[in-house]
Design a protein around this ligand. Structure first.
Ligand SMILES: NC(=O)c1ccc[n+]([C@@H]2O[C@H](COP(=O)([O-])OP(=O)(O)OC[C@H]3O[C@@H](n4cnc5c(N)ncnc54)[C@H](O)[C@@H]3O)[C@@H](O)[C@H]2O)c1
Length: 339
C-alpha cells in the first residue's frame, strides 16, 4: 500500500492553480483530502470534477476568521499549507498590505496544526525569500542555493518576508516542539489553471488577444526558471514524505530563460506576428532569479521532468482551448495585476 493510501490530508488553498493540481495528485494516490479555501483567488471550477464525484471534502472558509484554522485541521494527519494572499509580480509589488496578511494567516494555521496534533506540515514557500541584492545582474550566472537565505535577510517584498517568516517559524516549531515540517521554495510555477497575473500566462494571453505591440514588462533581459506545475506538485509530495526537520528546498528547473526569449517562443508557437516592446516602468522583479536544485535531487530524489519548451506547448494548448478572446480582452489590464 502506498504512503498516501487513506492518509487524511488538508490542502489549504486547494482551489488554487498549484493547490488544485496537488489535490488531484493526492487523490490519485489514495489520500482522503479536505480542501480549505475562501475562493478569493482559487475557484471551485478548479476542483469541480472532484467535487462532483465526492472525491474530496470542501470547506469554503476564510482561514483568518476566528476558529477557522482549528476547524480545518481537525482530524488531519498532514497539512499542505498553500493558502496565501498572493498573485504574480504585479500583484505582490502593488498590494503589499494585502500580502502582509500572510504573516497572520501562516501563524494561525501553523499554531492550529500543532495544537491539533497534525503529524506533518508542508509549506508552499517561494523564491521570493532570497536576498534581492544577489539577483540584480542577468549576466552573472548564478544558481541560488538554499544556504543563501541567511542573516542579514533581505526578502522580496512583504510577500517574500512573510514566506521567510513562515519558514523560520516552522523551523522554530521543529526545534522547540519536534513538529515535523518542510518548506518548498517554488520558482515561478506555470501550467494549466495558472492565472494571467503570472508572466508566462500573461504573455500567452497577449498572443491570444493578438496584442501589437506586444508589451514585455521590464527590459526583457530578466532571467527566470519557469517550473511546470506537475514538477512542483511531485516535489511537494516527496518533501511531505521525506523531510521532517523544517528544511527548505528549492523546487525549480535550472533552465535560464530571458523573459524576452520566452515572449518570442510564445509568438513563434502561436504564429502571432507582433513587435515586442519592453516597458521597464512595469513591475519586473529581480533581473536574475534561477535556483540550484541539487538539494532537492539529494533529499527527495526529485528533478524536473518537464522542459520549459514542452511545458509551454502544453500551457498554450490549454489556454487556447479554454479561453475566450473577447472575455480576456475586456478584462485584460485587471487580469495582469489582480488576483
Ligand atoms: N504560482 C507561483 O509561481 C508560486 C511561486 C511561489 C510560491 N507560490 C505559493 O504557492 C501557493 C499557491 O499559489 P498559486 O499560484 O497556485 O495560487 P494562489 O496564490 O491564488 O493560491 C492561494 C489560494 O489560497 C486561497 N486563500 C487565500 N487567502 C485565503 C484565506 N484567508 N483563507 C482560505 N483560503 C485562502 C485562495 O483562494 C487561493 O486558492 C501560494 O501559497 C503561493 O504563495 C506560488
Amino acid at each position: 500500500m502506498g504512503y498516501w493510501q487513506g492518509k487524511r490530508a488538508l490542502v489549504t488553498g486547494g482551489c488554487s492553480f498549484i493547490g488544485s493540481h496537488l489535490v488531484d495528485a493526492l487523490v490519485a494516490r489514495g489520500a482522503s483530502v479536505r480542501i480549505a479555501d475562501d475562493l478569493s483567488s482559487g475557484t471551485r471550477a478548479n476542483v469541480q470534477r472532484l467535487l462532483d464525484r465526492k472525491a474530496v471534502e470542501f470547506l469554503e472558509v476564510d482561514l483568518l476568521s476566528p476558529g477557522a484554522a482549528e476547524g480545518a485541521v481537525d482530524g488531519m494527519e498532514h497539512v499542505f499549507h498553500l493558502a496565501a494572499n498572493h498573485g504574480g509580480r504585479g500583484y505582490i509589488d502593488l498590494h503589499q498590505a494585502a500580502c502582509a496578511t500572510n504573516l497572520a494567516l501562516d501563524g494561525l494555521v501553523i499554531r492550529a496544526a500543532h495544537r491539533g496534533g497534525v503529524e506533518k506540515f508542508t509549506y508552499a514557500s517561494s523564491g521570493c525569500v532570497y536576498p534581492e541584492h544577489l539577483q540584480h545582474d542577468p549576466s552573472h550566472v548564478l544558481y541560488l542555493t538554499e544556504d543563501l537565505v541567511q542573516p542579514p535577510y533581505a526578502a522580496d517584498n512583504l510577500y517574500g518576508w512573510a514566506k521567510l517568516m513562515c519558514e523560520l517559524t516552522l523551523q522554530a516549531y521543529h526545534r522547540d516542539y519536534g513538529f515535523k515540517c518542510a518548506s518548498l521554495r517554488y520558482f515561478t510555477a506555470y501550467g494549466e489553471r495558472c492565472l494571467e497575473n503570472h508572466a508566462v500566462i500573461a504573455m500567452i494571453a497577449r498572443a491570444f488577444v493578438k496584442q501589437d505591440p506586444f508589451i514585455v514588462w521590464g527590459t526583457g533581459e530578466q532571467i527566470r526558471n519557469w517550473t511546470y506545475v506537475s514538477d512542483i506538485v511531485e516535489g511537494t509530495i516527496r518533501a511531505a514524505e521525506r523531510i521532517d526537520d523544517g528544511t527548505a528546498v528549492n523546487l525549480g528547473t535550472m533552465e535560464r530563460t530571458r523573459v524576452i526569449d520566452a515572449a518570442q517562443m510564445i509568438l513563434d508557437r502561436t504564429s502571432v506576428k507582433a513587435r515586442l516592446q519592453p516597458d521597464p516602468t512595469k513591475p519586473t522583479g529581480p533581473y536574475n532569479r534561477v535556483c540550484d536544485n541539487s538539494l532537492g535531487k539529494r533529499l527527495l530524489g526529485w528533478e524536473p521532468q518537464v522542459s520549459f519548451s514542452d511545458g509551454l506547448d502544453r500551457t498554450i494548448r490549454w489556454y487556447y482551448d479554454t479561453k475566450n478572446a473577447t472575455t480576456v480582452k475586456a478584462d485584460f489590464e485587471r487580469l495582469l495585476t489582480e488576483r
